[in-house]
Every structure is written in structure tokens, then in C-alpha cells.
Design a protein around this ligand. Structure first.
Ligand code: MSP
Length: 665
């Protein structure tokens, strides 16, 4: 594992032209996960993000609002910083292109390129896409004079400009790319860029005179530096180098340049892999090690964009579901490099099944059992059964696989490996049946029960470490409920040895870390999200209406009842306070419920579907005014309603996974 290594990772700096949507959060979430993973693996990490505030687009947006560009960007940049905080983004720095530290470096580097003869004055006459801030020749335009990148109309521009000699470096660039096959990732983007350069590079217009919102060209005050020349320099200016003639010095610069990874969206790979390296070649500075072009988050088949009206605001999503939920979905659903789809039902289903059910329930059940069987105290035990050795072996294999996938930026594969281990740990509970061991603890099963509890806690300790870069809000809460301290000092190394929880550690049951949600509740999140309601259900696998294989067995609808009849039913929400198996019964669970006005005892035949621990603290729908009846000697009051689809499936706490036609009774 890496010791004393450094890692410099950047996201693009975002235009403050509008509010950021969940598409923007994708890149930052991926970068944050990589940064957190690298820290966990022992690297000294610098993680940079920021805002790209100059240019014609911003100037126009400010004019429309009747405020100055800096007033405009100050306001929007504050919302970016708030969003990154809410999403638990661990950036070490936030660069604004309006910072004096940035402007100084842009001017110095522009001057340097001019002094070494790579910048010359001429007149630009051609096309410009203001939303993309990019120049286009007539031949490259789409139909009806549209931008080949974003499809929006371009404008004809004719003005005095400085030009940068891109063409001079085309051969050197091709040679560099050949010698550094990993520089552009994924492979498909590399081939695209090679084709682009082979078709011939034009010199690039690097200053503008038709507006003034930008950094002044140091030797010609009429000009402002072209926004992309300005923006790309952020990756170096944030390291605050001292510039002395041709040399850049300074601690941060020395430690972190060249950057290890520029993570960018696919439509700006061209700027990062052609213009930026050629600028650095001209300036005699080292090139970054890698540019990775990720895909887009797609809604209804198109890239999310404000002009298409299909943007989803991340803040209400985070308010309702939590930052971990959004992070988890983005990371697990999209293979880095490919596009991925967002639909609200798919999102809710993923977080319900993977976070609430698989991970959350594993923690709840484990901590509840340790409290119930051993007053919360763990005792260190060796593996004594094949289930134990199997679990330990998979834990160790998972750490190895996870590290390899993370190092190769296969984030969704890393997540998959961890969730396979989570499922295996859940299965371990079923295999070892702790509730049966507890019954026979006086007949010699006590030691075995302790070993099972210890193995569950250890599995969760390792899981907490591995998920910490992915779901940084939940991971420390798992740690805390296991009764462990020092979460801020964990390393990946800690996950490679089994059996680190000391004897005597006392677990502490807390609130469930990931609640389950149902879709109707979600739909009200924001008006943007509401748009999802009508369209999304059909366009993903998970969102499809549940295929019902039991259609023939669904009974017909019963005869009509009057409203008065319905009114007689006292249906209400109740909270499960206690839940235990009924002795000598295979099917029955005995509950104490908080029904609002009092506590009730009720017996329900759902023992085949739920472990008692799983239901404690959950809310259920309860029919309060059913005549009491005696079951296995226990007086049962009222009835807990459950949905059943006539197969193995039965739900008490949520119905999202049930087939239409399932009966509620
Ligand atoms: N300001 C430039 C970057 C300059 S970097 C020196 C810019 N800004 S942007 O705000 O338009 O986009 C920032 C990033 O967000 C880009 O990497 C872009 O690909 C990404 N995304 C914007 N919409 C996206 C999706 N729908 N999905 C995934 N990423 C998306 O470009």
C-alpha cells in the first residue's frame, strides 16, 4: 500500500452561469470519492475544485440581472460552496478565477508565451459558441450554424485578437500521446482526440476585445484573455507558485505539480487534452499525468441542461434522502466513462435496497442482537466454523478487489465488491441462526454465539472502512454504533487484518443510518423532480411496473362496501416497540406497539419473513378496532397489515417492491 505518496486531483471549475444540477455533482462526487480513497490508502492528497467566472456568457447573464459580473458571480459561487458542503465534498481548496492569486499567474504565463514567440496579434473572423465559450471554423459547424458540441446557434465574431501557435506543437503533441498511452482515458476519447489533431490544428484565438469581463492581457490593456486560456491555468494558479522568469517555485507547486488526474466531462476533453498540454509545452512546464473524460448523467435520454428544462436540483434531493444517497446512486449506477440514467423511482429503489435494506439492516440487526444477547459487549473470538472462515476469507478478498478497482478508477466495481460482501454477511446471519444459538446458550452454544456476534461486528468494521470514501456520512455512524473510536484515523491497512475489535467493546444502538423511503413521499421533493413522475417509471429496468407472474392467482375485487362501512375501520400508524418470537410457534411474532393513545400487544404470523430485530423501531399500518383474539395463549389486540403477493414475498413496512394486486390484510 502507498506510503508518503502524493496525489493531486482536480475537477473542472464550474461556470456560475446557473445553479448546479445533479449532472454537475457527478464529476465532483467521483473526484471526492477518489480523493477520499487515496487519503485512506496513505497518499498526501490535494483535491481542487472551483469556479470559472470570466467571459462573455457571465457578462451577459449579469447584464440581464442588472448587476455587475462580480456581484453576480459572488452570489452564485456561494451556492456552489454550499452545495459541496452539503454533499460532503472534501476539497482542499476552491479556486475562483476572479481571485488575485489566479489573475497574477494567468498574466505571467500569458506574458511568457508571448515573450517566447508563441502569441501573435491578428484579426479573428469566425464563429463563436458563447454557452461553450469556444471558437469554430465554418467547416466544423453543425447544420444552420450550430455548435457541433452543444447544438446551439453560434455567433459571427470579427475582432482584433491575439493568437496562440497551436499548430506549431501538433507533431510534438502526437508524439507525446504515443509515448504516454494513459494520458487520455478512456481509450475511445484518446482515439477521438488523435483524429482531431491529425485533421490539422488551427492557431487558437486567445484574447477578446468585444467585451471586458476577463483578465487583462498584460501588454495590451484593450484585450482580455480568452476564458479557456484563463480557466485552464487554475490547476497551477491554485498551487500559488512564485514565478521568476522561466521558473515556477513554491512548496505547493513543488509537491503537487504535475497533477495526477484532471477529471472532466467528455465534452471538455478537447480543451484539457489538446489546448492545455500545448499551453504547457509552450511554457516549458510538465504535463499532467492523466485526463479522464467521464460520461454524462442523462435524463429521459438527453444530457441534463437548463435550456432543455430537464435539470434536477441536487439540494432538495439531499434534503430529502441525504447526501450519501445521492453519492451512492451516482457512483453505483454509472460506469465511469459511460453515460448513466437518472430516474427518481430507480434512485429510491437503489437506496432502499442497497443502503436501507442491505447495509442499514445488517447494522441494526447486528447491534440489536449484541445488545440483546450480550448486553452490548463484544468478546474477541477465533473462527470456529466453516461459515466463519468463509466470511473472513471473503472479507480479505474484498479488500484486495476493492483496492484494485479503486486504483483503476472502476468505482462501480469497487462498490459492487463491497456490496457482495455485505450480502454475504447478511447471509451469514441466516446460516448461523444466532436466535437459535441464544436459546441453547446454556447447553454450550454461548461461545459459538459470541463468535458469531464478533464476526458480524468485524465484518461491519471492515465495511465501514471500505465505504468511507463513498458514503462519508454513514460510515462514521457505523463505526460509532460498533462502539469504536478514532474513525478520523482509519486507513485501508486497518481493513486488511481481521480481528481488530478488542474484547469488552460495547456497541451502541442508534437511529437507523439509512431509512427506507416510499415514492409518493419523494415526488413532492421539488417541482423539477415532479416532472419525473410521469416519464420515468417506464424507462429503466427497475422503474418498470412490476411484472406480475401470479396474475391468475389474484382474487377478483370483493363486493362493494359503503363509505359508512369503511369509516368503521380504525386504521392508524403504529410503531414497533418490541418484537419477539412466540415460543413453540414457527410462524408467530409477538409485538408491543405504540398506537398513539396506548401500548398494545399484537401477535402476527410473519415470522417466516422477518427477524424480530429488523422490525423494532419500524412503523406499520395497524387495524386498531378488530376484536381481540387469543393466539398460543396470548391475547392479541388488532392486526398489523401486510402486503402479500401469494408467493414468498410479504411486506409490513413498505410496499414499493410488491406486485400490483397484492392483497393488504
Ligand atoms: N468552465 C468549464 C470548465 C473549465 S475547466 C478548466 C465548464 N464548466 S461547466 O459548468 O459547464 O461544466 C463543468 C463540468 O460539469 C464539466 O465537466 C461537464 O462535463 C460537467 N457536466 C455538466 N453537465 C453534466 C451532466 N449532465 N452529466 C455529467 N457531467 C456534466 O465546462
Amino acid at each position: 500500500m502507498a506510503e508518503n505518496k502524493r496525489f493531486y486531483i482536480t475537477t473542472p471549475i464550474y461556470y456560475p452561469s446557473a445553479k448546479l444540477h445533479i449532472g454537475h455533482t457527478y464529476c465532483t462526487t467521483v473526484a471526492d470519492t477518489i480523493a477520499r480513497y487515496k487519503r485512506l490508502a496513505g497518499y498526501t492528497v490535494r483535491f481542487l475544485t472551483g469556479s470559472d467566472e470570466h467571459g462573455q456568457k457571465i457578462q451577459r447573464a449579469a447584464e440581464e440581472r442588472g448587476i455587475t459580473p462580480i456581484e453576480y458571480t459572488n452570489e452564485i459561487v456561494a451556492t456552489f460552496q454550499n452545495l459541496w458542503k452539503r454533499l460532503n465534498i472534501s476539497n482542499d481548496d476552491f479556486i475562483r478565477t476572479t481571485d488575485a492569486r489566479h489573475e497574477r499567474v494567468v498574466q505571467a504565463l500569458f506574458q511568457r508565451a508571448y515573450d517566447n514567440g508563441d502569441i501573435y496579434k491578428a484579426e479573428y473572423e469566425g464563429w463563436y459558441c458563447t454557452p461553450c465559450e469556444s471558437f469554430w471554423t465554418e467547416q466544423k459547424l453543425g447544420d444552420n450554424h450550430t455548435c457541433p458540441d452543444c447544438g446551439r446557434p453560434v455567433e459571427l465574431v470579427k475582432e482584433e485578437s491575439y493568437f496562440f501557435k497551436m499548430n506549431k506543437y501538433a507533431d510534438r503533441w502526437l508524439q507525446f500521446i504515443e509515448e504516454h498511452p494513459d494520458f487520455i482515458q478512456p481509450e475511445s476519447r484518446r482515439n477521438e482526440m488523435i483524429q482531431f489533431v491529425k485533421q490539422g490544428l488551427e492557431d487558437l484565438c486567445v484574447s477578446r476585445t468585444s467585451f471586458d469581463w476577463g483578465i487583462q492581457v498584460p501588454f495590451d490593456k484593450k484585450h482580455v484573455v480568452y476564458v479557456w486560456f484563463d480557466a485552464l491555468v487554475n490547476y497551477i494558479s491554485a498551487l500559488e507558485p512564485t514565478i521568476d522568469g522561466d521558473t515556477l517555485t513554491g512548496d505547493l507547486y513543488h509537491t503537487f505539480w504535475p497533477a495526477d488526474l484532471h477529471l472532466v466531462g467528455k465534452e471538455i476533453v478537447r480543451f484539457h487534452t489538446i489546448i492545455w498540454p500545448i499551453m504547457l509545452m509552450s511554457l516549458g512546464l510538465p504535463l499532467p499525468k492523466q485526463v479522464f473524460g467521464h460520461g454524462w448523467l442523462i435524463v429521459d435520454g438527453t444530457k441534463m441542461s437548463k435550456s432543455l428544462g430537464n435539470v434536477i436540483d441536487p439540494i432538495p434531493l439531499i434534503d430529502t434522502y441525504g447526501s450519501d444517497a445521492l453519492r451512492y446512486f451516482l457512483l453505483s449506477e454509472i460506469q465511469l466513462g459511460n453515460d448513466g440514467n437518472f430516474t427518481l423511482p430507480n434512485f429510491v429503489q437503489r437506496i432502499n435496497s442497497d443502503l436501507a435494506n442491505d447495509l442499514g439492516n445488517l447494522l441494526n440487526r447486528t447491534v440489536a442482537m449484541i445488545e440483546k444477547y450480550h448486553h452490548g459487549i463484544l468478546t474477541k473470538c477465533d473462527s470456529t466454523s466453516e461459515f466463519d472462515t468463509d466470511l473472513v476469507a471473503l472479507a480479505m478478498q474484498t479488500v484486495t478487489d476493492y483496492e484494485q478497482h479503486m486504483e483503476h478508477m472502476e468505482l462501480n466495481k469497487a462498490l459492487k465488491a463491497v456490496w457482495t460482501f455485505i450480502s454475504r454477511t447478511n447471509k451469514y446471519i441466516d446460516e448461523t441462526t444466532p436466535w437459535i444459538l441464544a436459546k441453547h446458550s446454556h447447553d454450550g452454544d454461548e461461545e459459538r454465539l459470541q463468535a458469531v456476534m464478533y464476526h458480524l461486528a468485524e465484518a461491519l468494521r471492515i465495511i465501514a472502512i471500505l465505504v468511507s470514501p463513498i458514503i462519508p456520512s454513514g460510515a462514521p455512524r457505523i463505526w460509532e454504533q460498533l462502539g469504536l473510536t478514532g474513525f478520523d484515523k482509519i486507513t485501508l491497512q486497518d481493513a486488511t487484518t481481521w480481528g481488530q475489535i478488542p474484547t469488552g467493546t460495547k456497541v451502541m444502538k442508534g437511529e437507523p443510518i439509512y431509512p427506507r423511503f416510499d415514492i409518493p413521499e419523494m415526488i413532492e421533493v421539488s417541482s423539477d423532480i415532479e416532472k419525473e413522475k410521469g416519464t420515468v417509471v417506464t424507462n429503466t429496468e427497475e422503474g418498470k411496473p412490476v411484472e406480475d407472474s401470479t396474475v391468475e392467482t389474484i382474487p377478483p375485487i370483493k363486493e362493494l362496501i359503503s363509505y359508512d362501512d369503511f369509516e368503521k375501520l380504525d386504521l392508524r400508524v403504529a410503531k414497533v416497540l418490541t418484537c419477539e418470537k412466540v415460543k413453540k410457534s414457527k410462524k408467530l411474532l409477538k409485538f408491543t406497539l405504540d398506537v398513539g393513545v396506548e401500548e398494545r400487544t399484537v401477535v402476527s404470523g410473519i415470522s417466516n419473513y422477518y427477524e424480530p430485530e429488523e422490525l423494532i423501531g419500524k412503523k406499520v399500518i395497524y387495524l386498531a378496532n378488530l376484536s381481540p383474539r387469543k393466539l398460543m395463549g396470548i391475547e392479541s389486540y388488532g392486526m398489523i397489515l401486510s402486503a402479500s403477493d401469494f408467493s414468498e414475498h410479504l411486506e409490513v413496512t413498505a410496499i414499493q417492491d410488491m406486485a400490483p394486486g397484492s392483497l393488504v390484510k
